[in-house]
Design a protein around this ligand. Structure first.
Ligand code: URA
Length: 199
């Protein structure tokens, strides 16, 4: 499995399927465990990710890890993290539809490789790119969607939480923490049914 993940990362690192290959520093493929039952999909790498070649390692990523840990999940062992787009859009602009389409085969290979039972979609861009759902995040976050034999959970993007930092009950931070606890509970149920140790 790790070999297959490394082969995929190697192939992806020389991708020239869209114009972002001309401006990127690094292709940002994934971090975490390719054997995990949980996959997180974000939007696109930012400046720090583009420098380091790993997703969610900047401010938003640090907040994401903090939330995951608070929800009882180990970011390196319990999940696999990637983005809908593998290269940084210049100036962190929104990904273009054509870029997302060109990148889609990589994401599909990642989903096939990891074969997660649960997938969290971080923010509206990931939700639209992966499930073609365009409803407001406020209505969809925290709700399970069953599709293709997997359970999908839309979550607020950590960058949105950085812009709305209140930790008051009912605010986006508290809601996301409660959504992630729901995700962990779901994973624990699945593990208990399969006899595997709980995370
Ligand atoms: N935002 C994302 O969606 N992905 C990253 O890797 C970093 C920030």
């Amino acid at each position: 499995m790790e070999l297959a993940a490394a082969a995929l990362a190697h192939a992806c690192s020389s991708c020239t399927a869209c114009e972002l290959s001309g401006s990127r520093n690094r292709v940002v493929v994934s971090r975490g465990a390719s054997t995990a039952s949980l996959m997180l999909i974000g939007e696109a790498p930012g400046a720090t990710e583009d420098q380091q070649g790993r997703p969610f390692v900047g401010r938003a990523g640090r907040l994401l890890d903090q939330l995951l840990i608070e929800a009882g999940l180990d970011p390196e062992r319990d999940l696999y993290v990637c983005n809908a787009l593998k290269c940084r859009p210049p100036g962190n602009r929104k990904p273009k539809r054509g870029e997302l389409e060109a990148c889609r085969p990589w994401l599909e290979q990642q989903i096939t490789l990891v074969n997660p039972s649960v997938v969290c979609l971080l923010g509206a861009t990931a939700l639209a790119a992966v499930l073609d759902l365009r409803d407001p995040m406020s209505g969809l976050r925290g709700r399970w969607i069953e599709r293709d034999g997997r359970r999908w959970m839309p979550l607020f993007h950590p960058s949105y939480l950085l812009r709305n930092p209140s930790r008051d009950p009912g605010g986006p931070f508290a809601l996301t923490l409660s959504d992630l606890r729901q995700v962990r509970a779901r994973l624990c149920q699945g593990d208990a049914a399969s006899g595997a140790p709980l995370p």
